[in-house]
Design a protein around this ligand. Structure first.
Ligand SMILES: [Zn+2]
Ligand SMILES: [Zn+2]
Length: 151
């Protein structure tokens, strides 16, 4: 089965639950992962925050900039960006700066052409959640990603 990779010709769209915030991805996702840290769990309301990275130049916010709320849980921590109306978790990392944009995969409308590649912060994993795949697990952040750029 062909996996479609986002491109300028075939952008991948996404947005929040209420529809106020819409965005598009115009290039391939660079990597994707599940984060089990307590911040991602609380922000998502679920077992993990699943995010993917795209180059900033491949990302376009189409609408709803005025609805975005940027919450920083601690100085130097990755931010949580959500819709002020519906609360959907949308972006993270260093929004609105940084070379890459961290996007919650659940906010995408279609197939991003990538699958989560590893688990991070499994030392903080919810006790009621069991990881059942064979992906690499890191107790904290992945070795290649400096903590402040985290999900
Ligand atoms: Zn919304
Ligand atoms: Zn996290």
């Amino acid at each position: 089965m062909a996996v479609s990779v986002p491109s300028p010709e075939r952008p991948l769209n996404g947005g929040c639950l209420c529809g106020a915030v819409r965005f598009e991805v115009r290039g391939p996702l660079l990597r994707a992962s599940h984060c089990h840290c307590s911040r991602c769990r609380k922000h998502s309301g679920g077992a993990v925050g699943t995010q993917g990275r795209v180059r900033r130049e491949d990302f376009r916010l189409l609408s709803g900039a005025e609805r975005l709320v940027v919450y920083r849980p601690a100085p130097d921590a990755a931010v949580k960006v959500f819709c002020a109306v519906c609360g959907s978790s949308l972006f993270g990392g260093r929004w609105p700066e940084g070379r890459e944009v961290s996007i919650r995969l659940g906010a995408l409308d279609g197939d991003p052409g990538i699958r989560p590649q590893y688990h991070t912060f499994v030392a903080s994993k919810a006790p009621w959640h069991e990881i059942t795949d064979d992906l690499p697990q890191y107790p904290e952040g992945p070795p290649e990603t400096p903590a402040p750029e985290g999900p």
